[in-house]
Ligand binder design. Structure first.
Ligand code: GLC
Length: 403
């Protein structure tokens, strides 16, 4: 049998190793594969950055490569990559009905189920419970409150001897993660990049206020280096005890509370702050799906693996071991899942109200739209372009792109 593989990011590798062992045993049991064959199904590690990963996938898929059978795809990609994956419906036997309907709809393009939901993601505010208690602060309701608390604790802790302390870390590098952060800021002020029918709405007072606010953090409560941070850089600073607040995805919970983490037991999670009294809490919807390449030489076996990896039992195991958010609603009531992730109990409204990036309405154009957006935002954060100028130019670019 040829070599087959699944594309996964670095931090998933350990989980993957164990999962693969079980999946192989299952596959082998089902199909009577020999030991020799079972060892020939490696995983390929891929870049952590969603943006770099898409570039790699596009290369492999455009070449019609049969090296990879199963792809881990971002929630924003079904439209972009639709021509490369098989319809999983003939293999799923209706199993998708147990998953969040909105995600299944997201993964269904032109009537084809192009990917099974694997885990979902929402942007969350992580905070140091111990530090907030020490300074008599409550988790912030608005960005202005966050900024005040962050500055106060950062100052106090620096005076007390930790000169590495920062108030707030997040993802400011020019990549898809910045799009996720900036969509949240703008949505928290009730603005949007595009409206539901795909009209460009980004040049708004809400967006201007959101970007002005965020650029004010850089160099004050957030290090200049945040302009180059992805998820793992932000987690590194927070987990080593050098940040009061962090914006990140749920996976950071399991790692921040691991036995070797300096902040284990000291972390709280809450909704991201509102954009002022009239604003709203916002969370970008993220998440990952599993899809089978059209070019796979073993589509049945690959689809079988996808169906196994997305089962309730497997999602439960990953939720407990890695705080990966299940896409099967009943698991949010599972006592063992909740014991490992107490914050899951409050995630219902956050998941239900999460803001989607405009990938469905823009389809194959989404990567270009997002790239133009994060470039404009990055220029504002780096203070190389004033917000009104960056937004006006972005508005023109997006309108041209989507004409
Ligand atoms: C997370 C999300 C994904 C998003 C990415 C950005 O992995 O699940 O949807 O695109 O972060 O960095």
């Amino acid at each position: 049998m040829r070599r087959g593989a699944a594309c996964l990011r670095g931090r998933d590798r350990d989980l993957l190793r164990r999962r693969r062992k079980r999946a192989r045993a299952l596959q082998a049991g089902r199909r009577g594969l020999g030991q020799e064959n079972r060892q020939q199904r490696p995983g390929i590690s891929t870049p952590n950055s969603t943006t770099e990963r898409l570039a790699l996938y596009q290369q492999l898929l455009a070449a019609g490569s049969s090296d990879i059978d199963v792809y881990q795809i971002d929630v924003i990609w079904p439209g972009t990559l639709k021509s490369h994956f098989i319809d999983l419906k003939p293999y799923s036997k209706g199993a998708e009905a147990a998953h969040f309907r909105s995600i299944v709809e997201n993964n269904t393009v032109d009537g084809k189920l192009l990917a099974m939901p694997w885990y979902t993601d929402v942007g969350l505010l992580f905070y140091r419970k111990d530090l907030l208690a020490k300074y008599g602060a409550k988790p912030p309701e608005s960005w202005a409150e966050l900024s005040d608390i962050a500055a106060r604790i950062q100052d106090g802790e620096r005076k007390a001897g930790n000169d590495k302390m920062w108030g707030f870390v997040w993802q400011g590098r020019a990549y898809e993660g910045l799009t996720c952060n900036a969509v949240e800021w703008i949505d928290s002020y009730k603005g949007a990049l595009l409206d539901a029918s795909g009209h460009v709405t980004v040049n708004s007072p809400a967006a201007k206020q959101a970007l002005t606010t965020a650029s004010g953090w850089v160099g004050n409560i957030s290090p200049e280096g945040v302009l180059n941070y992805q998820e793992e850089e932000a987690r590194g600073v927070f987990q080593s005890g050098n940040a009061v607040f962090m914006r990140n995805w749920p996976y950071a919970w399991a790692l921040a509370n691991a036995a070797d983490s300096p902040v284990s037991g000291k972390v709280g999670i809450t909704a991201l702050p509102k954009g002022g009294a009239d604003g709203k809490h916002s969370a970008t919807l993220g998440g990952w799906q599993l899809a089978v390449a059209k070019y796979s030489k073993h589509p049945e076996l690959a689809a079988d693996l996808v169906m196994y990896l997305t089962t309730e039992a497997e999602q439960k195991r990953r939720a407990i071991a890695g705080a990966y958010n299940p896409t099967i609603p009943s698991l949010y009531k599972d006592p063992e899942v909740l014991a490992a992730n107490p914050f899951f109990a409050d995630l219902g409204p956050v998941l239900a109200g999460a803001v989607a990036r405009p990938s469905r309405v823009t389809g194959v154009n989404y990567p270009k739209v997002s790239n133009a957006f994060w470039d404009a935002v990055h220029a504002v954060l780096a203070k190389s372009t004033p917000p009104e100028e960056a937004l006006a130019e972005l508005d023109r670019n997006l309108k041209r792109m989507l004409r």
